[in-house]
Ligand binder design. Structure first.
Ligand SMILES: Cc1ncc(C[n+]2csc(CCOP(=O)(O)OP(=O)(O)O)c2C)c(N)n1
Ligand SMILES: [Mg+2]
Length: 785
C-alpha cells in the first residue's frame, strides 16, 4: 500500500517536500529550545542540527516510503529531532512535545522508549548499542516466530538501524556482527549515515573500504549509496569520469572544507587540478557557483531517489544489509561540512535567513505544511497512504500480551540436611521447571535461556539437556551421534530454547534486552534468563544499563561471585557487583544465601518480570555449598530484602547481618555472640538493593505527607535506638554501610574492598577480615562503641 494513487513523479515530489519539512522542523525544534523558549538556569540546552540535516533524506525515504508497520527502527541518537518531526507529520507526535524538546516532559534529547513513549522502538544514546540491538531483536523475532509464539495479526518485520558512521568505532558493533553471523541473522538493515564526521573531527579517508570488508566478511550484503542523480548525470557526460575520479580521490577533510566554503571554493580546487581538461570545463564552466556547489554535494544519501532505489533493491531478499549512505553533516545548513559543527547551533540571523529560504512565515514555524510547493491536501493524502502511517495493531506500536500465569511455588529440590550452593540449587530448580510435563509446562515454554559460553559452568546444563539449543537450522549433536560420551545433549533446532552466545558479555545483555522486550515488540511474552560469571557483568555493564533503560524484562543470574570462589584468583573474584545491583534503575538485585530463599526469589522474578510496574531481576549466586536450613520463610520479607534468621529481643543492643556464602562464618560467630548477648538478632539480607529502594521510597512518601514505613525500618525497630549492627557480605561493604542511617544505629560493615587472590576459603576469609574471629572482633568493637 504505497501511495497507490500517485505516480513516481508525484511521489518523489511529495517526498522532497517532506524532506524539506523534516530539515526545517528538526532545525527549528532545536532552535526553539535554545533561543525562543525561556531559559531559567542559563545552561545551554543544545541539540544537533548538523547531525539531523545529515540524515533527513534517509529518514524521509524510510518513514514515508519503505517502512512497513512491522519494521522496528533504532534511530541514531542525535537525529532525535528528525524522528520526532517525522512522527509529527505522521500525526503521532504533538507540537507541545516538540516545543518541549530537551525540557522535562518534552521530546527527549535522544529517542527513549520509556520517556518518549510508544513510537520509539529502541532507545539510543550510548552510541553503538542501538545499532547492535537491532541484530539481537531480529534474532528474537526469529525465535518467537519459529516457535509459533507470534500472535496472529502481528506482522514480522525488518530490524533497522540508522547509524552514525562513528558508531562503527564501538567494539560492540563487531561483537554483534560476529554473533549475528553465527546465528545466521536475517532481516537486519544498518543504514550508515556516512558523513565522515564524528564529534571532534573528520574521519580517516577510505574508511568505507574497511566497513565493506568487515561487513562482507560477516556475510552481509553491502550497498554503497554514493552519488546522487545530479552527479551521476554529470559523470555520464564526456569528461564526467574525471570528475568522478576527482571526487573519489578528494580527501574527506578537503571535501568537508570545500562544502563549507561553497561553490567558488569548489571551482578553484577543481580547476587547479583539472583546469586543462576541456570536457570537464564544459561541465563545470556553465554552472553558477551555487549550481556547482549543489552538484559537488549531491551525494547519494541526500538523493531520495538514490536512497529509495538502494533500499528497494535490498528488499529482494532477507540478507542482512549494510548501506553506506554518503552524506554531509549539516547539509543545507550554514555550517555544512564544518568540522566543528557537531554541537553547532544556527545563530538567530542564520535561522532567519533559513526561515526565508524555507518560505516559513514568522508565527507559522510549527505548521505542518507551511511553505511547501504542493497542496496540503495532496501531501496529507500522501502521508496517509504511506504504509508506515498504518497502525501496527489497534493498540499501537507497543503490544501488551497478558502475563503468563505462575504456579504457586517453584519445584524445590530436597534440601533437608544437604549441603548445596545457590548455583547448584538454581540449576536443579531450572532443570525441574524444564520437565516436559507438570505445572510449570506453560511457563517453561516461554523461557529462553542464554549464556556467553558459560552455560555449563553456570549450571544451565540440565535445562539445556531438556529443552535443546535454538538455531534457525536443525543441527545434530555430533558427539551424541558418534556416541562419544558427554553429559551435555546439544542438538540445535528451531524449537530449542537456549541461545548459546560467544564470550562477549555485551552481546549477552543486548540479547537479554531484546528478548526482554519481546512482549512489547512482538506481542510474544518471553521469560529470558541469562547466566554469566559475576565479575564479568562489568564487562557488559553499559549494555545491561541500556537494557534496563529500555525497561527490558529478564532474569540475570550471575555466578560464581566474590572471593568465595577462592582458588580462581582475583580477576574472577567480583567485589563491586553488589553496588552495581544497588545503583542500576529498573533492576531488582538479590543475593540469596540459601536455596529456599532462591526458590522464593525465582518465582518472584518470573512474576516481577511480567508486572506492569516490575523490572528486570538479578540474582547473584555462589558455588560455595552451605548446609541448608529447615524452616518456614516469610516470603514477602525475602522479597523485600531481608528477614530475621533469629529475631532480636526487644531493645537488643546488637544484630549481626549476613548476605551470601559468608553465612557460615556469620552463623558461627553469632552462636558465640549469643552466649554473651542472648537477645542479639541475626538478619539474613537478600537484597541491599530492595531494602535501600524501599527506604528511599518511604522517605519520599513521608515527605509528600503520606505515612509510610519501609521494610528495613520495621526490621530494625525492635533493636535499641543506639544498637550496633555488624554486617558482612562477600562483596563491597558499602552495600551495607548505609544501614546505620536508617535508625541512627552504629554499623561496622565487613566485606571485600581490595582485589581478591588465589587461596582457599580459610586463608582468604582471614586475609580479608571475614572469618569468624574477625566477625566477633567487629561485634566487640561495635558493642564497645
Ligand atoms: C558511548 C558514547 N560515547 C560517546 C558519546 C558522545 N558522542 C555523541 S555523538 C558522538 C559522535 C557521533 O558521530 P556519528 O556517529 O558519526 O554521528 P553524526 O556524525 O551523525 O553526528 C559522540 C562521540 C556517546 N553519545 N556515546
Ligand atoms: Mg558522522
Amino acid at each position: 500500500m504505497n501511495a497507490p494513487a500517485l505516480g513516481l513523479a508525484s511521489r518523489l515530489q511529495c517526498l522532497r517536500q517532506i524532506e524539506r519539512k523534516l530539515l526545517w522542523l528538526s532545525a527549528w525544534t532545536v532552535h526553539n529550545a535554545n533561543n525562543i523558549r525561556p531559559n531559567r538556569d542559563g545552561l545551554k540546552v543544545g541539540g544537533h542540527q548538523a547531525s539531523c540535516a545529515s540524515v533527513v533524506s534517509i529518514m524521509t525515504a524510510l518513514y514515508f516510503d519503505r517502512l512497513r508497520p512491522g519494521d522496528r527502527v533504532a534511530v541514531k541518537p542525535h537525529a532525535s529531532p528528525v524522528f520526532h518531526a517525522a512522527n509529527y507529520l505522521l500525526g503521532r507526535q504533538t507540537r507541545e512535545k516538540m516545543e518541549g524538546l530537551r525540557s522535562m516532559g518534552g521530546a527527549q534529547a535522544y529517542p527513549s522508549r520509556v520517556k518518549d513513549g510508544d513510537e520509539v522502538d529502541f532507545s539510543t544514546g550510548s552510541v553503538g548499542l542501538g545499532v547492535a540491538a537491532t541484530s539481537f531483536s531480529a534474532l528474537i523475532q526469529d525465535f518467537v516466530a519459529l516457535r509459533g509464539l507470534m500472535p496472529e495479526g502481528v506482522p514480522t518485520g525488518r530490524h533497522i538501524a540508522i547509524a552514525g558512521d562513528a558508531e562503527l568505532d564501538e567494539g560492540n558493533i563487531y561483537e554483534a556482527l560476529l554473533e549475528g553471523w553465527k546465528h545466521d541473522v536475517r532481516n537486519v538493515w544498518w543504514i550508515v549515515d556516512y558523513n565522515r564526521q564524528s564529534l571532534d573531527s573528520v574521519v580517516q579517508d577510505r574508511l568505507f573500504g574497511r566497513f565493506e570488508g568487515l561487513f562482507g566478511d560477516m556475510g552481509w550484503n553491502v550497498v554503497r549509496i554514493k552519488h546522487g542523480r545530479l552527479q551521476e548525470a554529470a559523470f555520464a557526460r564526456p569528461g564526467g569520469e574525471a570528475l568522478r575520479a576527482w571526487i573519489d580521490d578528494c580527501p574527506n577533510s578537503l571535501y568537508a572544507a570545500l562544502t563549507f566554503q561553497g561553490g567558488h571554493a569548489w571551482r578553484t580546487a577543481l580547476l587547479a587540478d583539472l583546469g586543462r581538461n576541456a570536457e570537464l570545463r564544459a561541465i563545470v564552466d556553465p554552472l553558477t557557483d551555487d549550481e556547482l556547489g549543489a552538484l559537488m554535494t549531491n551525494l547519494g544519501g541526500h538523493d531520495i531517489e538514490a536512497v529509495l532505489d538502494a533500499l528497494t533493491a535490498a528488499e529482494a531478499d532477507d540478507r542482512p544489509t549494510c548501506f553506506i549512505a554518503y552524506t554531509i553533516k549539516g547539509m543545507g545548513l550554514p555550517f555544512a561540512g564544518h568540522k566543528d559543527n557537531h554541537s553547532g547551533l544556527m545563530t538567530r540571523d542564520q535561522m532567519d535567513a533559513f526561515r526565508t529560504q524555507m518560505q516559513v512565515r514568522p508565527g507559522h514555524e510549527w505548521d505542518r505544511f507551511e511553505g511547501l510547493d504542493v497542496s496540503p491536501e495532496l501531501l496529507q493524502g500522501f502521508i496517509d497512504s504511506c504504509s508506515f502511517a498504518e497502525k501496527l495493531t489497534p493498540d499501537g506500536r507497543v503490544l501488551h500480551p497478558p502475563a503468563i500465569a505462575l504456579p504457586a511455588a517453584v519445584p524445590l529440590p530436597k534440601l533437608a540436611g544437604r549441603k548445596l550452593s545457590t548455583q547448584s540449587g538454581f540449576g536443579e530448580i531450572l532443570g525441574e521447571i524444564g520437565r516436559p510435563e507438570g505445572p510449570w509446562r506453560d511457563v517453561a515454554s516461554r523461557i529462553v535461556t542464554t549464556s556467553p559460553d558459560v552455560t555449563v559452568s553456570t549450571s544451565l546444563g540440565p535445562w539445556v539437556n531438556r529443552r535443546g539449543l535454538f538455531d534457525r537450522h536443525t543441527r545434530n549433536d555430533v558427539f551424541r551421534d558418534t556416541k562419544v560420551a558427554s553429559v551435555q545433549r546439544w542438538g540445535m533446532s528451531p524449537s530449542g530454547q537456549h541461545i548459546e552466545l560467544g564470550i562477549a558479555e555485551q552481546n549477552l545483555f543486548l540479547l537479554l534486552g531484546a528478548a526482554g522486550l519481546s512482549h512489547a515488540l512482538n506481542g510474544a511474552r518471553l521469560l529470558p534468563i541469562g547466566t554469566v560469571y559475576d565479575p564479568f557483568v562489568n564487562r557488559g555493564l553499559d549494555a545491561l544499563i541500556y537494557a534496563c533503560y529500555q525497561d527490558a524484562r529478564f532474569l540475570l543470574v550471575s555466578t560464581p561471585s566474590g572471593i568465595s570462589l577462592a582458588p580462581e584468583g582475583g580477576q574472577h573474584q567480583s567485589v563491586n557487583t553488589p553496588l552495581v545491583g544497588m545503583s542500576v534503575d529498573r533492576l531488582a538485585s538479590y543475593e540469596p544465601t540459601h536455596v529456599d530463599e532462591l526458590a522464593v526469589l525465582l518465582r518472584f522474578a518470573f512474576a516481577h518480570m511480567q508486572a506492569p510496574d516490575g523490572s528486570a531481576v538479578w540474582l547473584r549466586l555462589s558455588t560455595r555449598a552451605l548446609l541448608q536450613p529447615q524452616r518456614v520463610l516469610d516470603e514477602s520479607a525475602v522479597i523485600a530484602g531481608a528477614h530475621w534468621a533469629v529475631a532480636p529481643a526487644a531493645g537488643a543492643p546488637i544484630a549481626l547481618a549476613y548476605q551470601g556464602p559468608i553465612a557460615e562464618e556469620a552463623i558461627a560467630a553469632f552462636n558465640t555472640l549469643r552466649e554473651d548477648v542472648p537477645g542479639a538478632g541475626l538478619l539474613a539480607v537478600t537484597s541491599p538493593d530492595r531494602l535501600y529502594a524501599g527506604w528511599l521510597a518511604a522517605q519520599r512518601s513521608r515527605r509528600d505527607g503520606v505515612p509510610a514505613m519501609s521494610h528495613i525500618e520495621q526490621l530494625l525497630a525492635p533493636l535499641a535506638p543506639g544498637a550496633a549492627l555488624v554486617t558482612v557480605l562477600d562483596g563491597h561493604p558499602a552495600a551495607h554501610a548505609w544501614l546505620g542511617g536508617v535508625r541512627g544505629q552504629r554499623v561496622v560493615p565487613l566485606g571485600v574492598d581490595r582485589f581478591g587472590q588465589s587461596g582457599d576459603i580459610p586463608d582468604l576469609y582471614r586475609t580479608y577480615g571475614l572469618d569468624e574471629s574477625a566477625i566477633l572482633d567487629a561485634c566487640a568493637q561495635a558493642l564497645l562503641g
